[in-house]
Design a protein around this ligand. Structure first.
Ligand code: IMP
Ligand code: MG
Length: 173
């Protein structure tokens, strides 16, 4: 374990919670086929672990968006760096995100995807920071609600580092 990182949510806690989420999602989409959309890069580890445990029929696709400006000034203006390859019209779509902070990125992304007329569009995030929300976004499936603290690990980075940590941690100053 890196000694400059405080563990906030352990590997065991995350894995247990992902199994619960996968069960909830499997029940919700039972008998249907869903397209799981991984928002790169942060969601990649969560996405894989979640998808493995979903029993409904799944297709996977990947999207990468970048927001203009820094984290503190997230504007919701996003640029699609890598778009989906699948046509989502008339499909059940589940966006899989690492974390909802202000929610502005997600709100814009939802608008972009809704314009493609999916049959349904839901959001699953590993982490949610409700106290930071600026957009009226309520993810449909949430792993953990956390306080306003910058976290890394399980896909989340600080300056592209720490994504491979198997737990969620906070960088010590
Ligand atoms: P939002 O538009 O403010 O919700 O931005 C969300 C994006 O900011 C996430 O997808 C992350 O990439 C990044 N982000 C927000 N909070 C954190 C954090 O605590 N650690 C790492 N990345 C974060
Ligand atoms: Mg992200």
């Amino acid at each position: 374990m890196k000694k400059n990182i405080d563990v906030i949510i352990s590997k065991e806690q995350i894995e247990k919670r992902i199994l619960e989420l996968a069960e909830e999602i499997s029940r919700f989409y039972k008998g249907r086929e869903l397209i799981m959309v991984c928002i790169l890069k942060g969601a990649v580890i969560f996405f894989g672990e979640l998808a493995k445990n979903i029993t409904a029929a799944v297709k996977m696709d990947f999207m990468r968006v970048s927001s203009y400006g820094s984290r503190e000034s997230t504007s919701g203006n996003i640029m699609i760096v890598k778009d989906l390859e699948l046509d989502i019209a008339d499909k059940d779509v589940l966006i899989v995100e690492d974390i909802v902070d202000t929610g502005l990125t997600l709100k814009t992304l939802i608008g972009v995807l809704l314009a493609r007329r999916p049959a349904s569009l839901k959001v699953c995030c590993l982490l949610d920071k409700p106290s930071r929300h600026k957009a009226d976004i309520l993810p449909d499936f949430i792993g953990f609600s956390i306080e306003d603290r910058f976290v890394v690990g399980y896909g989340l980075d600080f300056d592209e580092k720490y994504r491979n940590l198997p737990f969620i941690g906070a960088v010590k100053n």
